[in-house]
Write a protein that binds this ligand. Structure first.
Ligand SMILES: Nc1ncnc2c1ncn2[C@@H]1O[C@H](COP(=O)(O)OP(=O)(O)O)[C@@H](O)[C@H]1O
Ligand SMILES: [Mg+2]
Length: 280
């Protein structure tokens, strides 16, 4: 079944009003939970459920509205260039009076963003899964980044808040790649956007180069976070010695000491998970 949400190229009304006319808004994402200036919706339509992302011209956030629309268009270009089973399909981009409106497939599951103080958080339940399930989910994330790096994309603002896991289907999806950058770039901000738990030293350093090796660090942190305690070293790491070695190298403070590319990291990871996996 079709929907104007999927077929229209342009709307004259505000996105919220348009969405009301196409179906039922069952979720909204904006302030205070989101500090990005973006405003997103879950919409149930006769053609299915969708995640619709817009940015609010009146949001009082660090980035001006124009730059936020550029980020949304960047996300749209990435989704078109690099389709991958770990990313929701981008179904349509509409032009509205408040800029682009991105229509993605709705992802079922729970956000893995860490929530200290909530022992029943999806983050903690995911970390408590059998090692093989965590490794399988990480492998999907790493495979996606292999594809993205091959297309020239450097990760930015990647953290556990980009990961949605469906515990029943054991399916992991990656969302919010708006800040990913085509090609290496120089850090002109000092502290870049992102969660410090996942960020490499160069992401805090004005003038530093951000490249694939930064992505390698971000991915390594994800592995160490979910298979153990990222700040506790090998103590409590559940993936075995070889895998720990691969992730530790990924997280070396000096980019020169890391795997030289996402491809090399992926190769080392895959060799280690084939050879040595400690059963949970
Ligand atoms: N395709 C999707 N399906 C379902 N929920 C999603 C989808 N994409 C994002 N979300 C949810 O919406 C929230 C906000 O989306 P996100 O893209 O992170 O926006 P922002 O740019 O404001 O950070 C996410 O934290 C996640 O919970
Ligand atoms: Mg986000």
């Amino acid at each position: 079944m079709s929907s104007p949400l999927l077929s229209k190229r342009r709307i004259a009304e505000l996105p919220g009003d348009f969405l009301d006319s196409t179906g039922r808004i069952f979720a909204t994402f904006g302030p205070p939970a989101q500090d990005s200036g973006n405003l997103s919706f879950g919409v149930q339509t006769p053609a299915g459920r969708f995640f619709v992302k817009t940015t609010d011209p009146d949001a009082a956030v660090l980035l001006p509205f124009e730059e936020r629309t550029v980020l949304l268009r960047n996300a749209a270009a990435l989704a078109e260039r690099c389709p991958h089973p770990a990313m929701p399909v981008l179904k349509n981009v509409l032009e509205s009076p408040v800029g682009p409106v991105l229509v993605y497939d709705w992802v079922e599951g729970e956000l893995l963003r860490r929530n200290p103080g909530d022992p029943a958080s999806a983050h903690d339940r995911f970390r408590a899964l059998p090692v093989t399930d965590i490794v399988a989910a990480l492998d999907v994330v790493y495979d996606l980044h292999g594809l993205l790096a091959g297309a020239g994309y450097v990760a930015a603002d990647f953290y556990d808040g980009c990961l949605i896991y469906d515990f029943a289907a054991k399916r992991l999806q990656v969302v919010d790649l708006d800040h990913y950058h085509l090609g290496p770039f120089t850090n002109r901000m000092g502290r870049l956007f992102g969660s410090s738990r996942f960020m490499a030293p160069e992401e805090f350093e004005h003038g530093a180069v951000i490249d694939e090796r930064t992505t390698v660090f971000n991915l390594g942190r994800a592995g160490r976070t979910f298979l153990g305690d990222a700040d506790a070293g090998e103590e409590g790491f559940r993936g075995g010695e070889r895998l720990y070695g691969v992730l530790e190298k990924a997280c070396a403070p000096d980019p020169d000491d890391r795997h030289e590319s996402v491809k090399r990291f992926l190769e080392a990871w895959r060799t280690a998970i084939d050879g040595q996996l400690v059963p949970s």
